[in-house]
Design a binder for this molecule. Structure first.
Ligand code: GLU
Length: 419
């Protein structure tokens, strides 16, 4: 084995994946040149007076990756580990994500380096409003539409919407998605990422001959996506959640853990650890558990060269963005682990965001049932074409998804005369 440490730089990883896919398709270097960098990358400084009177300066970003297929779209992440490289990578993945599910949008992503857990509601509101003030002229329903991501939520979207509408002195509900329902949010948006993931998991289980009834599921990360997917798999498919982790640690019970009880416990104590009737295990040990489905549902670089050989799951359903490194991808493929790649598996969020924009345009709102029926069609179609393309090219599902997405983006760029 090569001893050089594997690069965990997210943007380099996204570029490596792109290069690998272009190689399979047979596109030349000039295409790599245009697709490997964002169209525009904006860095801003946000200075804010905190509740205790002190002055703090934060760094924020917006990466607008590609607009060939439509206005750019992607969430805003507030996290202490946020970085320019991560935002660029996430904006690239948004570009492939919207193309993979074939919705008429490009890709973008934003973020602020901060720890929202240490901010008061007043400080959060100020940060949200200043971010929009600094970026307003670069955003808009026909330009670039933000949404929630890690540690941002509908309330933050509401402050951002209000700031934008105050600046332009008109209503513009489709300038941002993931809004609270009374401000034009869409039914189903808050669980859309998890719901979309379950449609992919349902299809993958069929393909792999796995009965979801009683299937053993392991969840890595118990935030918005993680806890909803656990609940949906448990309630709709009768799957058994045998382990759950979060930043505080991991818990295990081979007879099953009640997804809602774990969620309530986390709400009360800050973590899933020490939930009744579970044993504590290490976060590393969780990934090694014998199970049918492993769901990384938090952040990037969880499955790496170091631990991928220990993965016993039959299906890895990537609800997080970028959880698997390229080296680990190869190992999982060689070991016949069926990976549902991130920008397919977690595309339910942005797809319902797109429905939210559409509803916002004509001010007419759909029921949750209508939203999820439409989502099912889009996710199932994208899943099928990904798996079929991967088989055609005798490659892994991630490359299958890349091939489809790159072709669509390149076609739009050619039609526009950009290349
Ligand atoms: N942040 C989500 C994602 O990574 C949703 C983006 C959106 O709705 O625009 O896909």
């Amino acid at each position: 084995m090569n001893d050089k440490p594997e690069s965990l730089d997210p943007f380099k990883i996204s570029q490596k994946q792109l290069a690998q896919a272009l190689d399979i398709i047979g596109y030349d270097n000039s295409i790599y040149g245009t697709l490997s960098e964002p169209e525009r990358f904006i860095e801003i400084k946000i200075t804010s007076k905190m509740d205790d009177g002190s002055i703090k300066t934060f760094r924020g970003f917006r990466s607008q990756y590609n607009s060939a297929r439509g206005p750019m779209k992607g969430g805003i992440r507030w996290h202490p580990d946020e970085s320019a490289s991560l935002v660029k990578a996430l904006s690239a993945w948004m570009t492939w994500k919207t193309a993979c599910v074939d919705i008429p949008l490009g890709g973008a992503k934003g973020g602020i380096i901060c720890d929202p857990k240490k901010l008061s509601q007043n400080e959060i509101e100020k940060l949200a409003r200043t971010y929009i003030r600094k970026l307003a002229e670069n955003l808009g329903p026909s330009t670039d539409i933000p949404a929630p991501d890690v540690y941002t939520n509908p309330q933050i979207m509401a402050y951002m919407l209000d700031e934008y509408e105050t600046i332009y002195r008109k209503h513009s509900p489709s300038m941002i998605t993931g809004k609270p329902l009374p401000l034009g949010g869409s039914a189903g948006r808050s669980i859309a990422t998890a719901k979309g993931g379950t449609f992919c998991i349902r299809e993958a289980a069929k393909d792999m001959g796995i009965d979801l009834n009683g299937a053993k599921v392991v969840i890595q990360g118990y935030g918005n996506a993680g806890h909803h997917v656990a609940r949906l798999l448990q309630n709709e498919f009768n799957s058994r959640i045998i382990a759950i982790s979060d930043t505080g640690g991991a818990i295990h019970n081979s007879n099953g853990i009640d997804a809602m009880k774990a969620y309530e416990h986390k709400k009360q104590t800050g973590s899933v650890v020490e939930l009744d009737h579970t044993e504590g295990i290490s976060n590393k040990g969780l990934l090694r558990l014998d199970c049918d489905i492993l769901i990384p549902a938090a952040i990037e670089n969880v499955i790496t060269r170091e631990n991928s050989n220990d993965i016993k799951a039959k299906i890895v359903a990537e609800l997080a963005n970028g959880p698997t490194t390229p080296k680990a991808d190869q190992i999982l493929f060689d070991n016949n682990v069926f990976v549902i790649p991130d920008f397919l598996c977690n595309a339910g969020g942005v797809t319902v965001s797109y429905f939210e924009m559409v509803q916002g345009y004509y001010r007419y709102f759909w029921t949750e049932k209508e939203v999820f029926n439409a989502l099912d069609k889009i996710m199932t179609r994208a899943y099928r074409s990904t798996v079929q393309t991967a088989q055609e090219y005798d490659t892994n599902n991630r490359m299958g998804a890349y091939i489809i997405s790159i072709r669509r983006v390149v076609e739009a760029m050619e039609l526009r005369g950009w290349i």
